[in-house]
Design a protein. Structure first.
Length: 97
């Protein structure tokens, strides 16, 4: 029956966990970097379940490129900055993630 279904990730469709972002920011990580880390952690949790190593690595690379903005225009950017001319610089070395 459909009434018996439980969803453990109901909030994952909506906004990122504000408590987690607050925690990261309280440790000196900027808002945009905290948001990017949380998005990467969410995606990595799924990508890590891919059994084929080559595919898992390729998808992980695509996720990192998307988060860096390499696969999107300003209109589709995950950071939603106010200025399309603004250069976004992250404190995080994505090659080390």
């Amino acid at each position: 029956y459909a009434d018996d279904v439980k969803c453990s990730h109901g909030a994952t469709v909506g906004q990122l966990d504000e408590d987690a972002r607050f925690y990261l920011q309280s440790r000196g990580i900027g808002r945009d970097n905290a948001q990017m880390l949380l998005m990467y952690a969410f995606a990595a949790d799924i990508v890590d379940k891919i059994a084929i190593p080559q595919l898992r690595n390729r998808i992980d690379d695509l996720v990192k490129k998307r988060l860096r903005g390499e696969l999107s225009s300003c209109e589709q950017c995950v950071l939603h900055c106010n200025s399309k001319e603004q250069k976004v610089a992250f404190e995080i070395d994505m090659s080390r993630i």
